[in-house]
Ligand binder design. Structure first.
Ligand SMILES: Nc1nc2c(ncn2[C@@H]2O[C@H](COP(=O)(O)OP(=O)(O)OP(=O)(O)O)[C@@H](O)[C@H]2O)c(=O)[nH]1
Ligand SMILES: [Mg+2]
Length: 242
C-alpha cells in the first residue's frame, strides 16, 4: 500500500466511523492512520472496533490533547517508517470531502506535483456555512502570510494536503515549531523554501455538521506571531534537500 491518510482526532465520536467508511469506499486504495489524543468521548474505542474488520485502519493514541501539529509530526514519522509514498492530511469532520482525496493523489501521482493542497481560495472563496467573520479571518490570514513570506499560495492555512514522501523526509522537525494553524503555514513555507513543486486543487470546504469545534483564539494568535518568527528564523536556515 503506498497511500496513507492521517486524521488527528479529538472528540470526534460523531464523525470517526463515517469518515473511515467513506475513505475505505473510494476507487483509489488508502490506508488510514487515526491519531487520537485520549478523547474523553470514546473516539478511540470506536476505531478499535472498526479495526477488527478493517486491516487498512491504524490507530496511535496519545495521553492527552497536544495539538494538531504535533499529531501530524508523529503521523509523518510513522508513515515514513512504514514506507508510504503518498501521505495525506485530513480533518475528521467532513469539512474535507473524502472524494477529493483522489484528486489530490492524482495531482501528485499522475501530474508530478510534490505537494497538492486542497484549496478553498484558488478559485474564489469556496467555504460553506462558515460565519462571514471566520471566512474573512481565514482569507485575510492567507493574504498576511503571502505578504510576509512571499509565497504565492492562496490557502496557506489549508489542512487537506497530499505530500510525496520525499518532501516529508526533507522537512526537518526543527523547521516546524507551531502546533495549530501555524503548523500548516510552516509546512508549506518549508516545502516552498526547499523548492518543491506545490499545486493548489480547488475544493469546497463545508463547516462541520457534527461534534464541537477545537478552533480557539490562541490558535489564531499563535499563527499571526508565529509567521513573523518563522520568517526571521528562515534567514538563518540553509534549506537544502538530502
Ligand atoms: N489529535 C488531535 N486532534 C486534534 C486536536 N485539535 C483538533 N484536532 C482534530 O483536527 C481536526 C481539525 O480540527 P477542527 O476542530 O475541525 O478545526 P477547524 O476545522 O479549524 O474548526 P471547526 O471544524 O470549525 O471545528 C479534527 O479532526 C479535530 O478532531 C488535538 O489537539 N489533537
Ligand atoms: Mg473542522
Amino acid at each position: 500500500m503506498e497511500n496513507l491518510v492521517i486524521i488527528p482526532t479529538y472528540k470526534e465520536r460523531e464523525n470517526v466511523e463515517a469518515i473511515i467508511k467513506a475513505i475505505s469506499s473510494l476507487s483509489v486504495p488508502f490506508d488510514i492512520l487515526i491519531i487520537d489524543d485520549n478523547s474523553p468521548d470514546g473516539t478511540a474505542a470506536i476505531v478499535k472496533t472498526l479495526q477488527t474488520v478493517n486491516k487498512n485502519l491504524h490507530l496511535l493514541e496519545r495521553p492527552g490533547k497536544m495539538g494538531l501539529g504535533t499529531a501530524y509530526i508523529t503521523g509523518f514519522d510513522w508513515a515514513l517508517e512504514n514506507g508510504y509514498k503518498y501521505v495525506f492530511e485530513m480533518d475528521a469532520d467532513f469539512s474535507h470531502d473524502p472524494r477529493d482525496l483522489v484528486r489530490l493523489y492524482q495531482a501528485c501521482h499522475d501530474d508530478g506535483s510534490d505537494v497538492a493542497i486542497g484549496s478553498r481560495y484558488i478559485s474564489g472563496v469556496n467555504v460553506v456555512n462558515w460565519p462571514l467573520s471566520r471566512v474573512l479571518m481565514s482569507y485575510v490570514a492567507s493574504i498576511y502570510v503571502r505578504l510576509i513570506t512571499g509565497m504565492k499560495i492562496m490557502d496557506t492555512t489549508a489542512g487537506f494536503i497530499c505530500y510525496k514522501k520525499e518532501v516529508l523526509e526533507n522537512i526537518k522537525p526543527a523547521h516546524i515549531r507551531a502546533v495549530g494553524y501555524g503548523f500548516q503555514i510552516e509546512m508549506k513555507f518549508t516545502a516552498w523554501k526547499l523548492g518543491y513543486k506545490i499545486v493548489e486543487i480547488p475544493i469546497i470546504f463545508t463547516d462541520r455538521k457534527l461534534g464541537s469545534s477545537k478552533m480557539s483564539g490562541g490558535i489564531f494568535n499563535e499563527a499571526l506571531w508565529g509567521v513573523l518568527r518563522m520568517k526571521v528564523r528562515s534567514m538563518f536556515i540553509k534549506y537544502r534537500r538530502n
